[in-house]
Design a protein around this ligand. Sequence first.
Ligand SMILES: [Zn+2]
Ligand SMILES: [Zn+2]
Length: 468
Amino acid sequence: MKVPVKQTLCVLLSLVIAFSASSVCFAANGKCDCGHTPVVFVDGIGGSLYLVNEDGSRDLVFTPDTDVIVKAVVGLLPVLPLMFFGPTTGVFERALSKAAGEIFEPIRCDENGDSVYNIKPGSGTEVIKDLHYDPDEYYQFAYDWRLDPMVNAQLLDQYIDKVRSVTGHDKVILSCYSEGGEVTFAYLSLFGSAKIEKYVTLCSAFQGLTAVGYIFTGKINVDPKQTYNFLTSFLPAMFGENKGIDFAVKAAKYTGLLHGLCRAINRLIKNDFDSFYEHFALPYFGQMPGIVDFVPQEMYGEVRERLSDPKHAKLLARADQYHDYQANAKQILDEAVDGGMNLCIVSNYGIHVMPFVGNNPYQSDALIDSAKSSGGATMAPVGQTLGSDYKQKVQDGHNHLAPDGSADASTCMFPEYTWLVEGFCHWNRPDELMSWLIGFKGQPTVFTDERYPQFLVGHDINQISPMK
Ligand SMILES: [Zn+2]
Ligand SMILES: [Zn+2]
């Protein structure tokens, strides 16, 4: 009797092994024909970062703990009056650099652009097969937003491979927002589009943003008029129309409070920008490749000079590589599209940019220039039109002018594949449009569906309607 039991056990064991082996084979080779291409989403800057301790435990260091922020701010209070009234001794500026340094020390990068401490991002969405059957679900790739987008692109490639293998789909839809546009664009530059069925961008930073260029070049100036314009266009987009907020902003303007605050900030910047740059901005943020790569092409030469110290040679080589891709974006995306990748570019506009860029009313989503995130739209200053005698710059047989005269999309890299949402800031998401673009089988254009023309108006935080 003993022998058959042993044999039975052996057979069972063999079956288990054979079955697990074949099920592995099936998962690796079996194609899924569910009709839902899995979506990989790459979010913007600011994902959680953890400090990995020697025993393997993790501490959240970004976003910093409230206690850490409160302690640093309390330390600043005794010297705060100097910001408004004191002599220009640099005491306040040094205290500010020190306080900010205490908050951000754990996420500092070294002169090469690598993390000083052992930092890891969150784990992102677990790659399980069931998730991709639901068209509203996606796999979120978590990344360390400080680091070289080329390094993150390699990790993204591994994540995409995992999603392809687990779901049984050859290709994924790659969707991104803000800095996710930088990482995914680095991905396409390095790996091409063989694994990408469709690329959908929202407020993408792939061409950089002028505001960051201003910070790196020290051209910061807080203009009271621009601050007022910014607040009155940004706050309603972000939080909806609100009489209380509206009243508070107007009150700040007419009581002179806004003016006084702007003057104090400008005084601070003017007094000691170089010291603040050297002791805080550069070591804490200027050495993060993910942030240096936000500098747009036309300002990069000047920023390179600021980083000309040989100790930054590696950082600079990395930034050069990304800026080389940035300059050749049209060609890189053309190759991807020619290779069969569908492309949808969505850009929010009509909001005044953050007010530290002086009195500069270029169209933005409050953070990123809309001309850049749209891949080259021609835009009137916020609140103005291109003029009644304006003619569409590129005559391609279609109309690419906004009905309200605010923009001309004919100069975009891909005029047929670019949607512009007026009145939405960087943190508004045109959900309905994004779902339609992602769910559409094949390549949608701005003429495919009259509900989603080239120009849309954003309202009520996440609602859209065609611009009339
Ligand atoms: Zn499937
Ligand atoms: Zn056209």
